[in-house]
Design a protein around this ligand. Structure first.
Ligand SMILES: [Zn+2]
Ligand SMILES: [Zn+2]
Ligand SMILES: [Zn+2]
Length: 103
């Protein structure tokens, strides 16, 4: 099952939030539709806190959720390696759960 939700990266505007190419550049996460599809059950991406933006500072989409702000997760399970934080010691996504915090 998948569900259509608003694109977190562009906040549903369909425009690149960082104006990387030009002020009217399209959002590459949702192909400028403002909507993205995520498998269910879904949970807020803990790596970017649902913003869809890479928390490491780069002006790119979150590498875990791809900019959608949500991930398909296994409900009720916490990753034993990162304790559900989705991060490894060096700030990169947890190698075990891929940054979702659940596996
Ligand atoms: Zn978008
Ligand atoms: Zn994310
Ligand atoms: Zn993990």
């Amino acid at each position: 099952m998948t569900k259509i939700i608003g694109c977190a990266f562009c906040k549903g505007t369909g425009k690149d939030p960082f104006d990387l190419l030009s002020p009217i550049s399209d959002c590459l996460v949702c192909n400028s539709t403002g909507l993205v599809e995520v498998g269910e059950p879904m949970g807020t991406c803990i790596f970017c806190a649902g913003t869809g933006k890479n928390p490491l500072g780069a002006r790119v989409a979150c590498i875990v959720c791809g900019g959608k702000g949500k991930n398909q997760v296994t409900a009720g399970f916490k990753c034993s390696q990162c304790k559900g934080t989705g991060k490894s010691g060096d700030g990169l996504p947890c190698s075990r759960c891929g940054g979702k915090g659940s596996n």
